[in-house]
Design a protein around this ligand. Structure first.
Ligand SMILES: [Zn+2]
Length: 275
């Protein structure tokens, strides 16, 4: 039943709006979104629950379709009202996902939810503060998170190291390699002590979050603004890892479970990352 709804998604104006007559009225689309979010809230939210993970994935996909629709409307110079209503729809999907993932993260003791500034601001790797300065005049130019690297595990890779699929892109680099903010934003969290080791999460102006994990040192503090290309810290091998690398993730919310494929996301910012 729910799958059928998903299959009907393109008719609900998530698809290119070239044939407005083929689109369901946006009120109906809103009902569909509300229904999906009720399902997401109702399924058992245990971190290991397959049903929850499935609904989460479906919601992430719906968000990405809604976002692509907004991008398309903007590219086609659609009317302001149409863009606003599409953007409202995207934000409604994200808000439902955010609430569901936040409560799971909090119950699981995820430091991003319970202690985003890192052991009350005292992660060992973040002791020396404010070592990083914004590069001048580069704010608008997005960049790769690492300059010299070898790509290792990709997004959605399977492997014995992950309970399910890999949620980010790994960059194999020696410990101590500088790690940069891919774009301008605000530091949402600097945490330590869980499987991601020392990590930084940055919120960007378009509402997406980027995560930089397994760092040996953190050079920024929670709440600080960063520019594109500003050093966030140094790569390392902290947390659950078999060797030094950067784990880079792009998320719709600050929490695990809302990751999207990071390399296509970077390509949309004109950043080419190759193997
Ligand atoms: Zn990884």
């Amino acid at each position: 039943m729910r799958r059928e709804h998903h299959a009907r998604l393109p008719r609900m104006c998530f698809a290119p709006a070239r044939k407005p007559s083929a689109c369901l009225p946006s009120a109906l689309a809103a009902v569909w979104i509300a229904g999906m979010l009720v399902v997401l809230a109702a399924v058992p939210a245990g971190a290991g629950s397959d049903a929850f993970r499935k609904e989460t994935k479906r919601t992430v996909r719906a968000h990405e379709k809604a976002r692509a629709h907004v991008d398309r409307l903007r590219a086609e110079n659609a009317g302001a009202t149409e863009v606003r209503s599409a953007e409202r729809r995207r934000k409604a999907i994200r808000a439902g996902l955010w609430d569901a993932l936040w409560s799971v993260a909090r119950d699981a003791g995820d430091p991003v939810a319970v202690d985003p500034s890192g052991r009350a601001g005292r992660c060992p790797a973040a002791r020396a503060r404010a070592r990083s300065r914004a590069p001048e005049g580069r704010d608008a130019v997005w960049t790769a998170p690492i300059h010299r690297y070898r790509l290792s595990a990709g997004y959605a890779a399977r492997g014995s190291r992950w309970a399910h699929r890999h949620t980010g892109q790994d960059f194999a680099v020696p410990s101590g390699t500088p790690v940069y903010a891919v774009g301008p934003g605000t530091v949402r969290a600097t945490t330590c002590g869980d499987g991601f080791g020392n990590q930084v999460i940055v919120r960007h102006p378009d509402g997406y979050f980027t995560q930089y994990a397994h760092l040996s040192r953190i050079d920024v503090r929670k709440g600080g603004r960063v520019a594109a290309g500003q050093r966030l810290g140094l790569a390392g091998a902290t947390g659950n890892t078999t060797g030094p690398h950067l784990h880079f993730e792009v998320r719709i919310t600050p929490y695990m479970g809302s990751a999207v494929s990071p390399l296509p996301w970077l390509r949309r910012k004109s950043v080419q990352v190759g193997g």
